[in-house]
Design a protein around this ligand. Structure first.
Ligand SMILES: *Cc1c(COP(=O)(O)O)cnc(C)c1O
Length: 394
């Protein structure tokens, strides 16, 4: 019995049929430019305003605090560069982040480091958790920005965002969080959580690719990243992607509808996967079991290559990932798995399965039926495994 199981929702998600339906009119008759003054333009502008209002309400933000972007990467780049360059005018050139951020954050701060900013990279503990005390200890007089991801894209661990937000606010330091993986799975209240800047992407929550947003709290000044026309109140140029933005709003609304029930269902499936996969000899769950996204499973299997595992799963119709989607194809082990203390060998033998409430019991049965024999087969062929079971040092 063969099936197709999509278990890579942290890489991207299929567009929900209701989202597609909401978008279609804006590809057909609704092609007007939202900046045009005739009615076809004004209809697009009205759709844009409505989408912005509905998204703002979900995050307890004001509509004028939501800026649409081309995705999560742009939102991260804009938040970090925009805040850093603005803060540097006041002599603040220190940025705090963590070792296991998404590359959209890490590569941005690395670029800023070359321009004279100083970066503190917080350690992540072996459970993949950030400690509030570490953030507190890293804060300085000249700290411009703290950027810590809400939930990690590889191991699903969730940071104490409200606590970090309160700490930063009390010290007058800007706080940005990459909430791309958390949005749609965790309720977010930017006011209660003292978040100044927040990045979201549509395609991780059943919306279209190429659309995202940056929440910028009123009163927070960041420099523009994209210059041009007066769109997004002069803060982010470019003719608005009305279809994409309408789809994004629909996707977020749908994601938060019945969230608790959906999370409970996903959690039950996920826990079954964790319990059963954990029975495979020398397998290790990566990331804290409790403080993690409901749909994330990440295991390392000693003595195997993650890439081979993915190919064999693919032949059986299962889409999964080893490390982050962006780094597959590169031979470097995942920086996230290294940050929680895994050896290069163990990090290479990792598997990420990211499921959601649409995953079925049968899908889980199927994964659990095919995975252990695949791991065994790969180990039989692995010289590394032979040395591991003989207890030789690697
Ligand atoms: C996917 C992802 C991004 C990038 O978002 P895009 O819309 O693909 O540019 C940023 N951060 C995290 C945590 C992600 O998972």
């Amino acid at each position: 019995m063969s099936r197709f199981v999509y278990a890579d929702n942290a890489a991207t998600t299929p567009v929900s049929p209701l989202v597609l339906e909401a978008m279609l009119p804006w590809f057909r008759e609704g092609y007007g430019n939202a900046s045009s003054i005739y009615s076809k333009g004004r209809e697009s502008k009205a759709a844009l305003d409505k989408a912005r209002d509905s998204i703002a309400a979900i995050f307890n933000a004001k509509s004028n605090e939501i800026f649409f972007t081309s995705g999560g990467s742009e939102a991260d780049n804009w938040a970090i560069r925009g805040a850093a360059i603005n803060q540097a005018k006041r002599g603040k050139k220190h940025i705090i982040t963590s070792k296991f951020e998404h590359h959209a954050v890490l590569h941005t701060v690395e670029a800023l480091a070359k321009q004279g900013f100083e970066i503190s990279y917080l350690e992540v503990n072996s459970d993949g958790l950030i400690k509030l005390e570490d953030v507190a200890a890293a804060l300085r007089e000249d700290t411009a920005l703290v950027t810590i991801m809400y939930a990690n894209n590889e191991i699903g661990t969730v940071a104490p965002i409200a606590e970090i937000g309160a700490l930063c606010r009390s010290k007058g330091v800007l706080f940005h969080t990459d909430a791309v993986q958390a949005t749609g799975h965790i309720a977010i209240d930017v006011k209660a959580q003292n978040i100044d800047l927040l990045s979201v992407s549509a395609h991780k929550l059943k919306g279209p690719k190429g659309v995202g947003l940056l929440y910028v709290r009123n009163g927070v000044r960041i420099e523009n990243l994209i210059e041009g026309g007066a769109q997004e109140r002069g803060r982010r140029a470019g003719t608005e992607n009305i279809a994409g933005i309408v789809g994004f709003a629909k996707a977020i609304e749908l994601a938060y509808e019945g969230l608790e029930e959906k999370n409970a269902k996903t959690l039950a499936l996920r826990n079954r996967l964790i319990d059963e996969i954990g029975k495979i000899e020398r397998s290790h769950l990566n990331g804290d079991r409790e403080q993690r996204l409901p749909g994330n499973v990440n295991f390392s299997f000693e003595g195997i290559e993650g890439e081979s595992l993915l190919l064999m799963l693919d032949m059986k119709g299962v889409c999964a990932s080893s490390g982050s989607a962006c780094t597959s194809g590169s031979l470097d082990p995942s920086h996230v798995l290294l940050s929680i203390g895994l050896s290069h060998e163990t990090a290479h033998g990792s598997l990420r399965l990211t499921i959601d409430e649409e995953t079925t019991d049968e899908d889980i049965d199927y994964i659990l039926e095919i995975l252990p024999p695949i791991v065994n087969r790969l180990r039989e062929m692995s010289p590394l495994w032979e040395r591991i079971i003989k207890g030789e040092s690697l």
